[in-house]
Design a binder for this molecule. Sequence first.
Ligand SMILES: Nc1ncnc2c1ncn2[C@@H]1O[C@H](COP(=O)(O)OP(=O)(O)OP(=O)(O)O)[C@@H](O)[C@H]1O
Ligand SMILES: [Zn+2]
Ligand SMILES: [Zn+2]
Length: 806
Amino acid sequence: MKLAEVIVDVPTMQTDKPYTYLIPNDLKNQIAVGSRVAVPFGNGKRKVQGIIANIVNKSEKDMNFEIKEIDKVMDLNAVLNNELLELSAWLAKSTYSFRINCISTMLPSAMHAKYKRVVNLLDNNITDKDIINLFKNTKSIDFSEIDSNKKLLNKLMKLQKENKVSLEYLVNDKANSKKELFIKSNITSAEAEQYLKKVRKNSTNQQKLLHLILENDALEIKQSDLINRYQISNSTIATATNKKWILKKQVEVYRNPYKSKVSRNYPLKLNHDQSLAVNKIAESINDHNKDVFLLEGVTGSGKTEVYLQTIQKALVNGKTALMLVPEISLTPQIVNRVKGRFGELVAVLHSGLSKGERYDEWRRINEGKAQVVVGARSAIFAPLKNIGVIIMDEEHDPSYKQDDNPRYQTREVAKWRGNYNNCPVVLGSATPSLESRARASKKVYQLLKLPRRINNHKLPNVNVVDMREELAKNGQEDFSEPLLSAIKQRLSKNEQVVLMLNRRGFSSFVMCRDCGFVLKCPNCDISLTLHMDTYSMKCHYCGHEEPIPKVCVNCKSRKIRYYGTGTQKAQKELLKLIPEAKIIRMDVDTTRKKGAHEKLLNRFGNNEANILLGTQMIAKGLDFPNVTLVGVLNADTSLDLPDFRSSERTFQLLTQVSGRAGRAEKEGQVYIQTFNPDNYAIQLAKQQNYEKFYAREMHIRHEMNYPPYYFTIKITANGGQEQRVASKIFEISKYLKAKLNNTAIFLGPSPSSIAKIKNQYYYQIIIKYKNEPKLNECLQFILNYYQKDAQKGLYINIDSEPLSFM
Ligand SMILES: Nc1ncnc2c1ncn2[C@@H]1O[C@H](COP(=O)(O)OP(=O)(O)OP(=O)(O)O)[C@@H](O)[C@H]1O
Ligand SMILES: [Zn+2]
Ligand SMILES: [Zn+2]
């Protein structure tokens, strides 16, 4: 007897294990490991979705309990292959989350959203009576009306294999796969020539169409192209259809998320360091080695070209390739370079796409139509088969860690898949994470270096501006004298400037000068930010919005002042100081609309503006040859955070953004404004000396018992009642202290650094440890034990290797 182990879509601790179901005989051929099914669950009539994790054979006498049957199959194909199923199990264990949540994370949301399924008829010459009956008046039918008819289902499965029907998902009642109207010629060229002689001389439109048919054998063209490109009117098309010169036809097309014309590009001749790197990686690809490479290359050293030619090597070997970039919407330039090189072979996956676009791209990968995937964090779960190389650009980027369940680090998943596929993983960065660089020192990773910029262009010259002096001298807080005159000079030469200010909005907070009162969010433990475009105070955590106060809420004083400059205010001030400046502002507020980011960058690339002013989203990946000056308005925003990684982040950010200057012929220049000019992270960013920073920071981490010398884990409790949250976390801390070695170091329990978000209180413990074989078991116990509190609104979350201690 065949039994299926099903992971059900009920994310709780008790249900986080496969349930066994009987596979009814008539579904035997349709069910495979990785298929989605509907199964009865609990004792009521409830049906839930599930994924088949395993199929086992059991003899009847081994079964001593009553077992329920699978109700129906949701797809005609498995949606998760063996690799991804195995990965989901590993992911659940290593991130302390439910397996079903891991599976959901892996699948495009169109597959877990509300949907309707339809079967489309693709072939009109089917002879089977049942099928003819089924599609009597229509070309597509609702799958749920027939999915319990097992006989019909069997026939449809067969027809699908022969490409005679297709199953599709309709999300929110909108067709999930997109169709376009095509025009097909219904006559031969010779016939067209005959008709040409017959049409009236003044029907120029019909003549145009006939010429088109005459010149193009078996013409097939989008109706919209016919109208727009060839200026053939709707009425001509109607006439031609009546005369049976042409046929209309609906063709399924994949939505193309990158409509802007991508210009084709070709492999460049590699320099010495680049070819050394490509050869090393290619060797690994050929030999099926699971090496991890760390490609440490200064900004503008041509890392992207190394990635592209490595991908090429994988393709030549008949393999696929996966390339990850940080939050892709921020780096359309890179996507265009990959698309420009590999064209149709490329699928793009990231959160900026619509559900439908994402689903289409996912299907193209799953069906083997795309061999190269480029995408942000979750693209690491792309259903690529036979992977030849996995690349992570900017491997140090914080966006590679998911900050919600499952809290995975993409780098670890990449290594898991590299291991499974017997292929190398390439981690690239100008400023690698300390963890990765340390592993390279220990020869766990292979270090490849690109120490020079392309064509030996110089790294930009970086100046640190002491804002304490500037403030005393000129009373200027935002734009120092040296930066301002450098901007003016560059603009007069028609060169471009990039300015970074890591704070959006107008002012970061308002404070009463008489009593010191700061306006805070009523739901969160954080001050409200002033926004001038909406004339309101906003909370950046929960979205709360209120009017700008005219008098102090606390003492009724009118002396309310704005403190801290955000991008909006900087833009306004800069325009006052340099009226001829043409500024593009780029932050969360100006890039909210789909495609806005790309549009702004294109405008900057076309020299429609001479200053790009933005938050850290402008720091990485941009390659504009005309940018010769970079200014950092306030280098201290990331330095002031109370976190052990704040120096590392600051160094990375400053080095990355500096690297935008002088990438081509013209030399670059950088000004970093700071109130901490002597800080080592700022001084070493001035030298753009990663290796020195690495050595210095490792020393500090060693002294302070921080990663990578220690492993870390963060346990957070949250809930609506502060008292209860606090007492839970103390309980947990006590339990763990008793269980773990006394070499484990506990930080806390304490309130999290933002102690309240959306009316939820947060308390945490951080544990630093070297070797704790019992830890995993203890944490599983905690999750189990406190499961009962989840119903009462008290949650425990575990973050392995958290990005910050805050
Ligand atoms: N071998 C080569 N010959 C000529 N030009 C090259 C070569 N390799 C790369 N380039 C060009 O050099 C410029 C910088 O390369 P690229 O953007 O790949 O650098 P990068 O190392 O990724 O930089 P960053 O880390 O700053 O983003 C690009 O315009 C690229 O086209
Ligand atoms: Zn006051
Ligand atoms: Zn809030």
